[in-house]
Every structure is written in structure tokens, then in C-alpha cells.
Design a protein around this ligand. Structure first.
Ligand code: ADP
Length: 303
């Protein structure tokens, strides 16, 4: 069955945050694509109009490490977003016990993640929902960030769908304290959690509520002192926590190199104003010291 006279519908790939995702063939190019059907049901028309305008901006976001939004069209009351088709995602790589990730492989994955982030942050677009299953991997091993900007356009999905709770593990402390104004630092924190997850091969900070998530963060890095993060006490949901000392990163990540730990500590900085930017992270010596990052085509992937 054809959609919008151009796409030949194939199987359903999964149910996502905003609706169903299916595979399709683009008859214009012969390319395999993934089409995200977004329910717009309950929203007012004005909201749709804004959404469409913002979606148009996303179409212009073209980078090696960002999923390309090829086309968009409304069909039977749903908005359809057409993306390039990707073979797998980073979550599948991390979970696959048969895959060994060398330090060079981890460096390659985190470098591609930061490149995608840095590109979007330069254009003042935040991701806001970074997690390993949003980092898709193409047939030649290239990692690309998916769902860029969607969280802002369609609303943060966290509260609406229960399967989204995993996104909590990647939330920056300022978000957990209820910050309404936040910046690219939220994506850098999430990228740090993903970096940690690549090193540990399991999610690093697995909170089971927002409060517990803060508890897990404090148990790892120590309760932040107001001298470390001056704006903290003004955040809407700030409450004083009993002081707990942190652990050293060396204890938490015994097998990481000194360079990796230094970068990780700069990405896991409490004060978002002092947290390293994606661009500066890419300039960190971790990326120029040995081993060099693995060529994407040579990265291990699930069968
Ligand atoms: P979520 O909101 O849970 O992150 P998504 O809406 O991104 O889920 O995707 C739902 C399903 O569709 C997932 O199983 C994902 O692997 C698949 N999918 C999403 N985008 C693509 C793509 N570009 N190529 C191939 N599969 C995709």
C-alpha cells in the first residue's frame, strides 16, 4: 500500500514515543526509510501549525551524525516523518554479550555522539531525550542521533508513556531539580551517562524515581555543595539533601584510561554553567591520545 503516492509500506518496526514506526521503500529513490507516524489527535490546530513550522527547521539539520529527516507529510490526520533507515542502535550493541567493545571502539562511539550533539548545539537545538536507543547505527557503522528536537516540538514524552521512564537515568541534575530554563548541558550530561554505560556495559545511574535518581547521582559524585553550584538552591524543586561523600571516578570505572576519566569528570560537572560543552569535549586530549577511535565501518555490531 502506498502512502502519499511515494512510500511503499513494509513491516512495523516498533511502537515509539510518539506513535508507530514502520519500514517503507521510497519509490522516488529506491531507498529504504523509516516512517514515524505521529498522532496529533488531541492537539489544537495552532499547535500543529507551530509543530509543522519547527519540523521544517529540522529538515535543514544535515550532518553526518544526525538522522536525516527526508520528508514530512500529513496523512489521515497523522503527521508522518520520513527518516533514513538505520540497521540497529547503541542499546543493542551495549546489551549484546557477544560483543567486545575495545577502548578504541568506545572512543569512536562517544566521538560520533558528541559530533552530532555539537552540530545541533551550534544551531541552538537541544535533543533533550538522549539515551542509547536514540543513537542509531547505520549499515556502515556510522552512529547518528535520532529524534533531535522532537521533545521540544511534541512535548517531553517522559510523563505520558511508561516505557519512557528509562530516560530518567540520563537526566541531568538541574532537570531533576525542576529547572525550567536549561541549556545544551542536559544533553552533555546524558552523553556522559552513555559514555559511562559503554564502559560498564550496563546503565550507570539507575534511579527508580526522580528523587532516587538524584540519590544515585549524589551517591556516585557526592552531594553538590552550594559553593560548587551556586544556582542550585534557586531551582524550583531544590531541597537540601543530607551530605554524602562521592566516590572517586577511578573506583567507579576501574578499567578506564586517565584521559577518559578526566573527560568524564568534566561532562559530569554539577553546575551546568561549568559543565564542558560538546564542542570542547571533542577537543579534549582523550580523542587525540592513543588508541585512535575505531573507523565506523570496523566497529563491532550485532548480527
Ligand atoms: P522511542 O520513542 O521508544 O525511542 P522510536 O519512536 O524512536 O522509539 O522508535 C520505535 C521503534 O522504531 C524502535 O524499535 C526503533 O528501533 C525503530 N526505529 C526508529 N527510527 C528508526 C530508523 N530511522 N531506522 C530503523 N528503525 C527505526
Amino acid at each position: 500500500k502506498k502512502v502519499a503516492d511515494r512510500y511503499l509500506k513494509r513491516e512495523v518496526l516498533g511502537e515509539g514515543t510518539y506513535g508507530v514506526v514502520f519500514k517503507a521503500i521510497d519509490t522516488k529513490t529506491g531507498q529504504t526509510v523509516a516512517i514515524k507516524k505521529i498522532r496529533l489527535g488531541k492537539q489544537k490546530e495552532g499547535v500543529n501549525f507551530t509543530a509543522l513550522r519547527e519540523i521544517k527547521l529540522l529538515k535543514e539539520l544535515k550532518d553526518e551524525n544526525i538522522i536525516e529527516l527526508i520528508d514530512t507529510f500529513p496523512h489521515k490526520g497523522n503527521l508522518h516523518l520520513v527518516f533514513e533507515f538505520m540497521e540497529t542502535d547503541l542499546e543493542a550493541v551495549i546489551r549484546d554479550r557477544n560483543i567486545v567493545l575495545s577502548p578504541a571502539d568506545i572512543k569512536s562511539y562517544i566521538q560520533m555522539t558528541l559530533k552530532g550533539l555539537s552540530f545541533c548545539h551550534r544551531k541552538w537545538i537541544l535533543h533533550r531525550d538522549m539515551k542509547p536507543n536514540n543513537l542509531l547505527i547505520g549499515s556502515r557503522g556510522q552512529l547518528k542521533l535520532a529524534d533531535f528536537g522532537l521533545a521540544r516540538i511534541f512535548g517531553s514524552p517522559d510523563r505520558r508513556f511508561t516505557h519512557q521512564v528509562f530516560a530518567r537515568w540520563y537526566r541531568a541534575p538541574e532537570l531533576l531539580f525542576g529547572a525550567k530554563q536549561y541549556g545544551p548541558g542536559v544533553d552533555v550530561w546524558a552523553a556522559a551517562c552513555i559514555f559511562a554505560e559503554l564502559l560498564l556495559r550496563r546503565p550507570f545511574l539507575q534511579g527508580n524515581s526522580d528523587i532516587d535518581q538524584l540519590g544515585k547521582i549524589f551517591a556516585a559524585f557526592g552531594t553538590p555543595k552550594p559553593s560548587q553550584w551556586q544556582d542550585m538552591v534557586y531551582l524550583p524543586d531544590y531541597v537540601e539533601y543530607q551530605y554524602v561523600p562521592g566516590q572517586s571516578l577511578r573506583t567507579l570505572f576501574p578499567m578506564a584510561s586517565d584521559d577518559a576519566l578526566d573527560l568524564l569528570s568534566k561532562m559530569f560537572t554539577y553546575d551546568p554553567k561549568s559543565r564542558i560543552s560538546a564542542q570542547h569535549a571533542l577537543e579534549h586530549r582523550y580523542f587525540s591520545s592513543i588508541p585512535p577511535p575505531t573507523e565506523p565501518a570496523l566497529l563491532p555490531r550485532p548480527p
